[in-house]
Design a binder for this molecule. Structure first.
Ligand code: ZN
Length: 247
C-alpha cells in the first residue's frame, strides 16, 4: 500500500486550533498571515459557542478565516464524545457543521478533529464513509494524556491511519517551550509534527490556554528554523489521503 506521495521534508509542521475561540480570529490568524503559515481551525457549535460571542468566533469571522486561505475543519455540532454517540447522531452532528459552512459560503470541511480526543473504530467508519481526507486525535494511547497539555507521538504516514493522526504537541499550561522544541525536532525522517492549540488566550478553558507572548515565540521559532507550516488538508501534498488509499 503506497501511503506517501512525495518524500516528507524534515520540519513539516501541521498547525491546528480547536473549538473556534475568539482569539483565533483576533490574535492567531493575523500572526499566521504575517508568517504565511497554513493552519486548520476546528469548529464546533458546542461548548459556549452559541452563548458567548465575546469568547467564541462568529460565523462571519470563521468565513474570513476561510477567505484568508485557512482551513475550516469539522469538530461536530455538540462537541460530544463520539465514541459513545450513536452512529446517526454523529452523522447528524457532522452534517450540521457542513450545513453551516455551506450557508456561510465556506469550503466544506475535508478534515475532522475528535472532540475531547475520544475516538472509536465506529467513528472512524463514519468518517471513512463521509470521505474525510484526514482526522486528528490526541496524544493517547502512545503517550499519557495530561489535562494541561503535553507530548505525543509524531505522525508517521506509513504507520498511522490518516483518520487517526496523533497530536505531537498539545499546548496548555503543562507544555513548555522545551516541549515545543521537542515536538518540532520529531519532524524528521518521514515524521511530521502535529501541534494542537485552542485559544491564545483561552479564557473559557484554562487547561488548554496558551499565553500570547509564548505563542509568538513559537511562531517566530518556526519561521527562523525554516519549518514548512501547513493545515491538515495540505498533508495531501505529501501523504496519500484516506480517500485515495487503494488496498
Ligand atoms: Zn474541542
Amino acid at each position: 500500500m503506497i501511503k506517501v506521495r512525495f518524500p516528507i521534508p524534515d520540519r513539516l509542521i501541521v498547525l491546528t486550533f480547536d473549538d473556534g475561540v475568539k482569539s483565533c480570529a483576533t490574535f492567531v490568524a493575523p500572526l499566521l498571515k504575517h508568517y504565511r503559515f497554513g493552519a486548520t481551525f476546528y469548529i464546533t457549535e458546542g461548548l459556549n459557542f452559541l452563548k458567548d460571542k465575546d469568547r467564541y468566533m462568529t460565523w462571519g469571522e470563521i468565513r474570513e478565516l476561510d477567505e484568508a486561505g485557512f482551513e475550516i475543519g469539522n469538530h461536530t455540532r455538540h462537541h460530544k464524545n463520539v465514541s459513545t454517540q450513536l452512529r446517526e447522531e454523529l452523522i447528524a452532528d457532522l452534517g450540521h457543521i457542513d450545513h453551516r459552512c455551506q450557508e456561510n459560503g465556506i469550503l466544506l470541511p475535508q478534515t475532522f478533529c475528535y472532540p475531547g480526543d475520544h475516538n472509536s473504530p465506529e467513528a472512524v467508519t463514519v468518517l471513512e464513509e463521509r470521505q474525510y481526507l484526514f482526522a486528528r486525535r490526541g496524544v493517547a494511547p502512545e503517550y499519557p494524556y495530561y489535562d494541561e497539555g503535553g507530548r505525543g507521538p509524531a505522525y508517521n504516514p506509513t504507520h498511522h491511519h490518516p483518520l487517526l493522526i496523533p497530536t505531537t504537541g498539545a499546548s496548555g499550561p503543562n507544555w513548555t517551550f522545551e516541549d515545543f522544541i521537542w515536538a518540532v525536532e520529531q519532524a524528521k525522517d518521514g515524521n511530521i509534527a502535529v501541534l494542537t492549540f485552542h485559544g491564545v488566550p483561552d479564557l473559557d478553558h484554562p487547561w488548554v490556554h496558551t499565553e500570547p507572548v509564548q505563542f509568538e515565540s513559537y511562531m517566530n521559532y518556526l519561521h527562523n528554523n525554516d519549518c514548512t507550516v501547513i493545515a491538515m488538508r495540505d498533508l495531501a501534498r505529501y501523504v496519500v489521503p484516506f480517500t485515495e488509499i487503494k488496498e
